[in-house]
Design a protein around this ligand. Structure first.
Ligand code: FMN
Length: 383
């Protein structure tokens, strides 16, 4: 299998086959089936919300590359009168810098430095993108998911339900009730860490308890809600408290980027994955929503690290933005080149990592195959 994998890695450098999940099942006896917000997807790799899911061309490219899902850029909610309580997040900023970032222990990784925030165009343009995403989802080509930042009140204030109602209804109308169910990610952005709203723990816990229900109540059609958790300014114990407060969410995305207070920017790299994995390790056994991992996922081995801690899928941003010279593949879009490395790298790819777990007796074959989802199913069980 090792030489088979090396052969695949070499030949797929020029072109990644569109049906690579079938190929992996047939060639390696590995079932990559994964799950995102209750939807079954052919493999676990998706794109996180951000600057790489702003238009229809990006969606079409990603569908062609065979990505499992894409979360659209975060929309800033508005009410009927067009007022946005989180307007400070709808700022325009284009320049992104892909940079090396050394972790606290010195290990070099990648980060994207960018001072922008949410969607900065009109709601109508966003709805057009949602309709394009719905068509791809309905055709089974790519699962597309809108992301929204709604009003987050101070502790003594009420929620502005007008924003929840108006924005959610328009999203639901654009999606339609004859398509697969509407899925929504609620972003608690890392930039919150630099905002005064982020300084009060009780306030944050109230949002997490109440927001999923408010989105559901605002939708005229059935909707499943994922909460994308930030890395708050507090300690690991508070990350766990946040998870505990999210009992009403259908899925959690763990965890968005860290915040560099000196430079006033969000960042990733090894510090981010170290923290995320450490917190996920400490999640208590028992009932909780499904998990999707995010943060410094640059290899199949890292996908396995998140999966072994309960993540049924992963969403990446930075690894889709590296300089072309960083990918072994010589042809194709950045998404294709990234998938090629994440899946087929003979040392660090997902196929190699799953075969290594099986060889070490840490993943059993079932019905003659290794199942990616068995990793998450084995996590957080007592004992
Ligand atoms: C330039 C940039 C813009 C982003 N914008 C958003 C956003 O609008 N909403 C959101 O939920 N996450 C946003 N993210 C976070 C990513 O989706 C992702 O969760 C995070 O960067 C960690 O993954 P990574 O280490 O693979 O980049 C953004 C990330 C980057 C780098």
């Amino acid at each position: 299998m090792r030489s088979e994998l090396e052969r695949d890695f070499e030949r797929f450098k020029r072109e990644l086959p569109g049906d690579f999940s079938d190929h992996v099942r047939e060639t390696y006896g590995i079932d990559l089936t994964a799950r995102y917000l209750g939807a079954t997807i052919p493999h676990p790799i998706g794109k996180g919300s951000g600057q790489l899911s702003l238009n229809e061309n990006q969606l079409a490219d990603d569908a062609r590359a065979g990505l499992a899902f894409v979360v659209l850029k975060t929309l800033i909610a508005e009410d009927e009168a067009g007022s946005q309580s989180m307007a400070a997040w709808a700022i325009h900023e284009t320049k992104m810098q892909v940079e090396r970032r050394h972790a606290a222990g010195g290990r070099p990784g990648w980060t994207v430095t960018w001072k922008g925030r949410g969607w900065d165009r009109s709601l109508e343009e966003y709805l057009a993108l949602v309709r394009a995403g719905r068509d791809l989802t309905r055709a089974g080509r790519l699962l597309v998911v809108p992301s929204v930042k709604y009003h987050l009140p101070r502790l003594e204030e009420p929620f502005r339900d007008g924003e929840y109602r108006y924005t959610t209804r328009l999203l639901a109308d654009a999606w339609g009730d004859d398509a697969p169910p509407l899925l929504v990610e609620k972003d608690f952005s890392p930039t919150l860490a630099g905002d005064s709203l982020a300084g009060d723990r009780d306030q944050i816990l109230r949002w997490l308890r109440e927001v999923p229900g408010r989105i559901r109540a605002a939708s005229p059609i059935s909707v499943r809600v994922a909460v994308k958790l930030m890395n708050a300014r507090f300690d690991d114990a508070f990350q766990l408290e946040m998870i505990d407060a999210c009992r009403d969410a259908d899925m959690l995305v763990c965890f968005n980027r860290l915040f560099d207070a000196d430079r006033s920017v969000a960042y990733g790299g090894w510090d981010l994955s170290d923290r995320n994995l450490r917190v996920l390790d400490a999640v208590a056994p028992g009932v909780r929503p499904g998990l999707c991992g995010t943060g410094n996922i640059c290899s199949g081995r890292m996908i396995v690290e998140y999966a072994r801690r309960g993540c049924e899928s992963v969403q990446l941003h930075t690894f889709f933005q590296l300089p072309l010279s960083e990918y072994a593949a010589t042809h194709g879009s950045r998404t294709q080149r990234a998938l090629h490395a994440l899946l087929f790298d003979p040392r660090d790819g997902l196929v190699a990592a799953l075969l290594a777990l099986a060889a070490a007796g840490r993943l059993e074959r079932r019905d003659g195959a290794l199942h990616f989802l068995d990793l998450a199913a084995g996590a957080h069980h007592p004992g």
